[in-house]
Ligand binder design. Structure first.
Ligand code: ATP
Ligand code: MG
Length: 344
């Protein structure tokens, strides 16, 4: 790392619905925290962001609320998103702040939504902001040969969005973004336990059960006790949640994801089909960690499917490659960088 880097920092930012990750140029991953903020409702003051705020979720007194400033991959609370990012950046800032922030955004954001991501990053401390298609960054993070004429099929299943796309020569040939991802699976589990067990549970408990015993294909002998509130008596009650319950709860959402994957494969130009068969499908994002999801996708598409190594950090590592090598990857950005932008 040069002296210049320690003064004028460049960062890659994955501002996700569930998690925010920041990669600092020539340094590596420096922030990996949940995208949440805790606020005092009476004073509107932010009490904590990230990990500290998440610990307060669902256990807060009435004058504190824990908010998630992004919903379904889109900034829903601008002030909270900006304040959260400002605090993350402040914790890693050098004496001269941040020269450039590169953020990955879903392919289907509107101009207004893209502008709002840009403004959040600028207000939070980045002097210049560039956006890049999140799937392109994820493909780079997964080490796919994105600049070659060979097509790759990448699926990023996050908290709020599932992005599915075919990438070739550094660009997206065809893609779909659907709002069925990790958060929707949690909602499915909450609804299932309410209907089948007459038990009310919160979002953190649903996520815990999904991670503990969930899977996309049948798995034997996975079960976990889950505590909630009995809907009839209003009293605390424990039930044993099994793998089969979670599978039943999330089946419809998984079918929706598979349908979209089919649509993308069918919509791709036929000459790319051979590439996809050779290259296979790569799945990343936290949702890729659902047990057996890669097997299910492989079975349903007949295309070899792999989970990217470290799927939760795949996209930010791709952004990291861009900020480490602006001279090579600057052309992938929304406003391709000129030589004058990337000297030093
Ligand atoms: N082991 C696991 N099994 C199933 N799901 C998991 C597992 N670990 C994490 N997840 C899910 O991954 C999601 C978070 O993934 P990720 O951090 O990639 O999302 P994000 O980038 O913040 O969201 P988005 O890209 O949609 O804006 C959460 O919904 C979480 O429940
Ligand atoms: Mg993401």
């Amino acid at each position: 790392m040069s002296l210049f880097d320690s003064f004028f920092k460049d960062v890659g930012i994955d501002l996700g619905t569930a998690n925010t990750l920041i990669y600092e140029r020539h340094k590596g991953l420096v922030i990996d925290e949940p995208t949440v903020a805790a606020i005092n409702n009476k004073t509107n003051e932010i009490l904590a962001v990230g990990d500290k705020a998440k610990k307060m979720l669902e256990r807060t007194p009435s004058h504190i609320s824990v908010v998630r400033p992004l919903q379904n991959g889109v900034i829903s609370d601008f002030d909270m998103a900006y304040e959260m990012l400002r605090q993350f950046l402040k914790s890693i800032a050098g004496p001269f702040g941040f020269r450039r922030g590169v953020l990955g955004v879903p392919n289907d954001l509107t101009e207004v939504e893209r502008k709002s991501v840009e403004d959040v990053a600028k207000n939070a401390g980045c002097a210049k902001v560039n956006l890049v298609e999140s799937l392109v960054a994820a493909a780079l993070g997964a080490d796919l040969p994105i600049e070659s004429p060979t097509a790759s099929l990448v699926i990023d299943i996050g908290g709020g969005t599932s992005d599915i796309g075919v990438i070739s020569m550094g660009g997206i040939v065809i893609s779909r973004t659907l709002r069925v991802a990790g958060d929707k699976l949690n909602e499915d589990i909450i609804r299932f336990l309410r209907e089948e067990f007459k038990l009310a549970i919160g979002e953190p408990t649903a996520e815990f059960a999904k991670i503990a015993v969930g899977s996309a294909v049948p798995v034997e002998k996975l079960e976990v006790p889950v505590r909630g509130r009995d809907l009839a008596s209003g009293l605390p009650r424990e039930v044993l949640v099994k793998n089969i319950h979670i599978r039943a709860a999330i089946a419809k959402s998984l079918t929706t994801m598979l349908e979209s994957i089919h649509e993308v494969i069918e919509g791709a130009p036929p000459e790319l089909a051979g590439d996809m068969l050779r290259q296979g499908i790569v799945v990343c994002g936290g949702g890729a960690l659902l047990r057996g999801l890669d097997h299910l996708i492989e079975k349903e598409t007949s295309v070899t499917t792999h989970m990217a190594p470290e799927p939760l950090t795949c996209m930010v590592r791709g952004l990291g490659r861009i900020v480490d090598n602006f001279d090579h990857y600057g052309n992938l950005l929304d406003n391709p960088l000129k030589p004058v932008d990337i000297q030093l």
